[in-house]
Ligand binder design. Structure first.
Ligand SMILES: [Zn+2]
Length: 239
């Protein structure tokens, strides 16, 4: 059976986290230098024609942050957002989702952290990046070259305080849709302001020269995939 992402996270699919190595988030609290890029990735042809997915990508220096799974170390490579969210909760999408992409250097294995946001207060953690994205110009986004700006960001402030998670085996949600990705979605939903959500959505929904004549629906979320009987492990107390 295919094990593609994203999926709807539903109560009925949750099972208690099995025995296994503990997850440790080693994220620096202080600000680190990052590059904020606006670029286009290939999307999901199965959604109807070739679809492109514009993204705002934040790239830190190598080795700034990592997730340890027991003895295994996954280094943070980059992070990006989706409007609306890609993962759903109980049958509903949220306005915004953050993906933090980690890679194990030895074998290239991927672990992606997901953070969901509801609309509410302005999110100070994402603000150093989101305050800059208004400067990007979709009308001038070249196919082969991202727009870039330097910024400084506290990576730890991007994560929820509660460290309970949903975990399931899935895939990348943009090309090449590789499977074998360990998904870890935080159970705590953060807030972002309507203005922040709108600023991101405006950018990723706009036509760009990089998209050419290819169809480009609003937002940059891949549609839900068949859970195909997958169980979602959680360390939340299941009542
Ligand atoms: Zn993503």
């Amino acid at each position: 059976m295919p094990t593609q992402s994203p999926i709807d996270i539903t109560r009925g699919a949750l099972v208690p986290l099995g025995p296994g190595p503990a997850l440790t988030f080693r994220y620096p609290v202080g600000p680190v230098a990052v590059t904020v890029r606006f670029e286009v990735k290939d999307g999901d042809p199965a959604a109807g024609g070739v679809v492109v997915a514009p993204q705002v990508v934040v790239v830190p220096q190598e080795g700034e942050a990592r997730v340890d799974v027991g003895e295994a170390v996954y280094q943070l490579q980059s992070l990006h957002w989706h409007t609306p969210s890609e993962h759903w909760l109980e049958g509903r999408p949220l306005p915004l989702e953050l993906h933090l992409v980690h890679r194990r250097p030895e074998d290239g294995a991927l672990l992606v952290l997901g953070v969901l946001y509801r609309e509410g207060a302005r999110n100070a953690g994402v603000a150093p990046a989101f305050d800059l994205i208004g400067g990007f110009d979709p009308a001038a986004l070249a196919p082969d070259r991202a727009q870039e700006v330097a910024a400084s960001l506290s990576l730890a402030r991007l994560l929820p305080e509660a460290r309970t998670t949903y975990r399931y085996p899935g895939s990348l949600t943009t090309a090449p849709f590789s499977e074998g990705v360990s998904w870890v979605v935080f159970t705590e939903v953060l807030e972002a302001s309507p203005e922040q959500v709108a600023a991101h959505d405006r950018l990723v929904s706009a036509p760009t020269p990089a998209c050419g004549s290819r169809p480009h629906p609003p937002g940059n979320a891949r549609r839900l995939q068949d859970p195909a009987g997958r169980r979602i492990e959680t360390d939340l107390a299941l009542g």
